[in-house]
Design a protein around this ligand. Sequence first.
Ligand SMILES: *Cc1c(COP(=O)(O)O)cnc(C)c1O
Length: 235
Amino acid sequence: MTGVDLADFPGLADRLEAVRGGIADACRVAERDPADVTLIVVTKFHPAALVAALAGLGVRDVGENRHQEAQSKAEELAGLGLDWHFIGQLQTKKARQAARYASAIHSIDRERLVDALATAEVEKPIDAFVQVNLTDDPARGGAAPDEVERIAERVLQTPTLRLRGLMAVAPLPEEEDPASAFARLRGHSERVRTLAPEATAISAGMTHDYAEAIAAGATHLRIGSAITGKRPDPR
Ligand SMILES: *Cc1c(COP(=O)(O)O)cnc(C)c1O
């Protein structure tokens, strides 16, 4: 892709800088090393040109939540060396296709999905995060907490996947304070680490709760609108 112009995305560089600063501040407060925190910029619904502009600003990790959209952006931007993180609900029948461009899948929520990914053709294992539902509403996505270890064990038995840890989305702020929800997530992470000590990653923290996520030990932040600006309507 050519002709990417930062002037097409006013404020993008400043917003990225502000979030990087916010992450550094939250790490200081939490007495954590910012090098232990990966920023994934969530670019869903935005055009490939915005992703290219972010790459020009030094972003290496981008997140997408819909397979078709992610696939077409990843193809268009294949030369940029980006790592594509799949963060949305993934249909079993799309799993093998997603494995072609995704270097990480954060939304592993059932054993059938793991089994589908087991048949994918990969150059190196895909980073796998088991998604935990921190609410009582099954529609929110993610495995129930009591299913997490079983799914993690299945990932451990799957050579195409490398278990990195857990992922979650905080409940709505009116439902629960993100700090207490992320504390539960950390407890689930500790349980998984008794099976797989290397699975230390915690993917949590979005535009409105990334400081709380950093305080609770998040290693992978998924931040969209604070950086990209308001999302266009989905097409
Ligand atoms: C959209 C999305 C994000 C980013 O949300 P923002 O509030 O825009 O930062 C993070 N995680 C998931 C799973 C998402 O779908």
